[in-house]
Design a protein around this ligand. Structure first.
Ligand code: FAD
Length: 383
């Protein structure tokens, strides 16, 4: 097994690293304090092809394999998880789903705009009353002639206030649980759709997280994505691939924690020598380093399985579970290395910890990942 990157993959990774150093890193603290990433970053991500990775070139995508997608996602996560999330959702959950499940007309309508950054997508599954138990969502889409009329509320929607289109999941019949759920592409300027920014997040403070309220939103039947009643399996397959992207973002957080902690440990002196020379500080650093490597290898394996057309869903859950928990541990250990200075936002590690914390919660909590892995091992579903 060859774990070396090809020249092309290394070039994409370097492009992302340079982009982050130039366009992201100088603004990270200000965006975090202002609770607002500069929206112009979206066009810049599009210009470099980062919003079109793995999408076919005929629809405006930049092609490439899933390992390249992981490398870019890791570099963005190393810079700012709020920026990484824009790509993971607009490309990873929305554009890639349109590319794989959309009609020709839907692909032509949305993909060139989403991959260039002219438009942004969001993924509307979670509701106030249904998070882990997403199959029991309450939003309804009722057929009315050639239209559907949609009513409901979506909660915690990443890119929500910025998005031009929402990949929305709604109940189209009274079948119990997930069987009655369908997927729709709803333009966010449709009358009746309103958005409210969710403020006060612990981390990802620069990200546009929103509550979406739909009141008698009338959309043509051509907005249906995939067959009626098959929306839940479409959502689950989007999330399975999405977990690789979250895992890669977590590797980025963990790597950033390692870089910062190693640098600081070499500079800071206590008891007459650099703290890096104290064995218990070295233990913190080595715990971080092992977590970084393990998380990265689990994540790259998912990319390899996808690119070879193999089953990847359980591997994606393992990678997401491990990488998200590892990102929290690494950021926390890095904060310990920084001592009191780690607690101040002039230094990077406090934000890394705040941003990492949500990774064990969204796109399936750690408990849900364990249930998915347990089901694959035993053949018995605990859901
Ligand atoms: C910043 C942010 C961004 C988000 N972005 C999006 C987005 O773009 N689109 C979207 O649709 N959603 C999004 N979400 C929602 C996210 O996916 C949900 O918060 C998540 O799925 C958990 O749902 P919940 O918050 O309702 O928690 P709950 O489902 O209420 O879970 C609460 C606790 O119970 C545990 N639990 C639940 N069921 C079980 C079980 N069967 N066995 C064991 N333990 C269980 C959970 O693991 C958790 O610890 C986002 C959330 C946040 C915070």
């Amino acid at each position: 097994m060859d774990l070396a990157l090809s020249e092309e993959q290394e070039a994409v990774r370097k492009l992302a690293e340079d982009f982050v150093a130039r366009e992201v890193t100088p603004h990270v603290v200000a965006w975090d304090r202002a609770e607002n990433v500069d929206r112009s970053i979206v066009g810049k991500l599009g210009e470099l092809g980062f919003l079109g990775l793995t999408v076919p070139e005929e629809y405006g995508g930049s092609g490439g394999d899933h390992l390249s997608y992981c490398l870019v996602t890791e570099e963005l996560g190393r810079g700012d998880s709020s920026v990484r999330g824009i790509v993971s959702v607009s490309l990873g959950l929305v554009a890639k789903t349109i590319a794989s499940r959309g009609s020709e007309e839907q692909k032509r309508q949305w993909l060139p705009r989403l991959t260039s950054g002219e438009a942004i997508g969001c993924f509307g599954l979670t509701e106030p009353g249904t998070g882990s138990d997403a199959g029991n969502l309450l939003t309804r889409a009722v057929r009315d002639g050639g239209d559907y009329v949609v009513n409901g509320t979506k909660m915690f929607i990443t890119n929500g206030t910025w998005a031009d289109v929402v990949l929305l999941f709604a109940r189209t019949n009274d079948s119990p649980g997930h069987r009655g759920v369908s997927a729709f592409l709803v333009p966010t300027d449709t009358p009746g759709l309103t958005r409210r920014t969710v403020h006060g997040k612990l981390g990802l403070r620069g990200q546009a997280t929103a509550e979406l309220v739909l009141e008698d939103v009338r959309i043509p039947a051509s907005c249906l994505l995939g067959p009626e009643g098959k929306g839940f399996s479409l959502a689950m397959s989007a999330l399975a691939k999405g977990r690789m992207s979250v895992a890669a973002g977590c590797v980025g957080i963990a790597q950033a924690a390692q870089d910062a902690a190693v640098r600081y440990a070499g500079e800071r002196e206590q008891f007459g020598k650099a703290i890096a020379r104290h064995q218990l500080v070295q233990e913190l650093l080595s715990d971080i380093a092992v977590d970084v490597d393990a998380a990265r290898l689990l994540t790259w394996r998912v990319a390899d399985l996808i690119d070879r057309g193999q089953d990847f869903a359980t591997a994606a859950s393992k990678a997401k579970l491990y990488a998200s928990e590892a990102a929290v541990r690494c950021a926390n250990n890095a904060l310990q290395v920084f001592g009191g200075y780690g607690y101040i936002d002039e230094y990077p590690v406090g934000k890394l910890l705040r941003d990492a914390r949500v990774m064990t919660l969204y796109e399936g909590t750690s408990q849900i990942q364990k249930l998915i892995i347990g089901r694959a091992l035993t053949g018995v579903s605990a859901f």
